[in-house]
Design a protein around this ligand. Sequence first.
Ligand SMILES: [Zn+2]
Length: 230
Amino acid sequence: MSEFLTIPALNGLSWLFHGFGTRHFSENDLRAAAAEYGAGPVQLRQIHSARVLVLDEAPAGLPEADAAATRRPGLALVVKTADCLPLFLIDAERRAVAAVHAGWRGTARRIAVEAVESMTRAFGTGPASLLAALGPCIGGGCYEVGEDVAAPFRRDSHFAALFAAIPARPGKYFFDLRAANRAQLETTGVLPSNILEAGGCTHCDSRLLSFRRDRRSNLRLFNFIGIRAD
Ligand SMILES: [Zn+2]
């Protein structure tokens, strides 16, 4: 397989580039892939927040945030994951994009909603015209969590659909991170048919990286999206 996954429907947008890296896609590969589109990587210091940066140019240093959005060509917005969900938003009408890092904490803080609202404020994006692309993350059947993870979602109307109690293990649940973000996007007005997916479970697929499986905190998958400058 190639070193990163793409979503066929997005490959048809000639102004856009994107990819969800596998474990064989290094930081050097990322730089090379971005350069093919006249772009340079923009990385964030990810802190499991709901903070969204709107960028007019490449930032100095490594800003603390878990999402970035731009309309500027030449910026490859990067989110790093190893079980968390990488999520891209694409406004094809206004040619704007966002990259989002959504782990359980960011999801509890509703970062997907924040990202959509940031694009609406900054670019006039209408959620009904947004495309969303969900990359590989840990699957619901592999993501056992405790009450600490479940508690922030208790008031979410989708709670029962997102957390499956494990009868033999009281206080433990299987959490569907992808479904949680899909539900949040739909609440903003993103159409279900415009929510696209690539890849499966980071924990099951040995081509990917899983913090839970690999137990090495320094390993990350590089996921990127941007507007071509070439
Ligand atoms: Zn799995």
